[in-house]
Ligand binder design. Structure first.
Ligand SMILES: [Zn+2]
Ligand SMILES: [Zn+2]
Length: 348
């Protein structure tokens, strides 16, 4: 079997193409030929900062076709189009034994690429071998470009579900990157009264409006305009999607008394908050990490029926050879790219 060449972020501003020997999948494992893999904010942050995650999550948003099945795998067939998920609840970790299956420790380890079956590389490769439980059939109504965005869409879906959003609420989304643009749409679909987006890039603000935001502001205007849009009250829910640590306090300042800050971004550094201001307003913080197996199926339904649109987020598709340059551009700061997809079969 030919080796698999995979792109891995190995340090600050460093991407390496490495070869991995390909073996037939072992029991319970499935080999998937990858069609498209999205570049995630965590890949960009790793490239920028050198803060490395498990190699298995370097490229963790993919769609592909089942190429080979290990022994004992049921429910999947060769040639079937699949998207990446996390495993279903394991049933025997401390959380599962207490009935807290949404917080299954095993599924969380798998999501972070820290489980014993984690592959030695991620989805920036022609193929990948993963536990069968991580795969779900791609919804037939989704294009490959949409299916490659099921993972970030599900992150946004899970965050909105956890945010305690109620029909009619004013929701502020901080940051109109892929997660913010998906979260604003799920908030809308969940019945938000008005969705306001705060984003420095004009192009991304325009996209936020096209995708249904009532208003989109520059960060400098946000405090005044959220004040005006809510009669001085503040937002019921603020969803933080920028990943900038100091903006956690900004999110709290935009939230009304008794409201909720939903932390949906990965903050690579500790964030400073003004605890007295949180206390005075009796704010709640709801953090959201990844998603459950079942969330994937549910979020795909929203993408398939058009309530949530991923296609407008896709700005271009590149080959593995262009990945380093694309990461450098995305890591350098404001970019016209929103979601860049990598086609590992492409020659360039
Ligand atoms: Zn991601
Ligand atoms: Zn468990």
């Amino acid at each position: 079997m030919p080796d698999v060449i995979a792109a891995l972020i190995t340090g600050t501003q460093t991407l390496e193409l490495r070869e991995f020997p390909q073996h037939p999948p072992g029991p319970g494992l499935v080999t998937v030929d990858i069609a498209l893999c999205g570049i995630c904010g965590t890949d960009i942050a790793s490239f920028r900062s050198g803060h490395l995650h498990s190699p298995a999550v370097c490229g963790h948003e993919w769609v592909g076709t089942v190429a080979d099945l290990g022994k004992d795998v049921v429910g999947l067939q060769e040639g079937e189009r699949v998207v990446v998920s996390v495993v279903p609840p394991c049933g025997h970790c401390p959380e599962c034994l207490r009935g807290l299956t949404e917080h299954c420790r095993t599924a969380s380890m798998v999501a972070r690429g820290r489980d014993p079956l984690a592959p030695p590389h991620g989805g920036f490769a022609r193929s990948i071998t993963v536990a069968a439980g991580r795969l779900l059939p791609a919804h037939p109504d989704l294009t490959d470009e949409e299916a490659a965005q099921v993972e970030p869409a599900t992150v946004a879906f899970h965050g909105v579900r956890r945010s305690r959003l109620r029909p009619g609420d004013t929701v502020v989304v901080q940051g109109a990157g892929p997660i913010g643009l998906l979260a604003q749409q799920f908030a809308h679909a969940a019945g938000a009264g008005q969705v306001l987006v705060v984003e420095p890039s004009q192009g991304r603000r325009d996209l936020a409006l096209e995708l249904g935001a009532a208003r989109a502001f520059e960060p400098a205007e946000a405090a005044d305009l959220v004040h005006d849009a809510t009669g001085g009250l503040g937002a019921d829910v603020v969803i933080e999607c920028t990943g900038v640590p100091r903006l956690l306090q900004t999110a709290a300042d935009l939230t009304r008394a008794g409201g909720t800050v939903s932390l949906l971004s990965f903050l690579a550094e500790p964030a400073q908050i003004d605890g007295a201001r949180w206390l005075a307003k009796e704010l709640s913080l709801v953090a959201s990490n990844a998603f459950t197996h079942d969330d994937v199926r549910r979020s795909m339904g929203f993408l398939a029926d058009g309530r949530v649109r991923a296609a407008p987020l896709h700005t271009r598709t590149i080959g593995l050879g262009e990945l380093e340059q694309a990461l450098a551009g995305l890591a350098a700061g404001p970019s016209d790219d929103v979601k860049v997809l990598v086609d590992p079969r492409s020659a360039s």
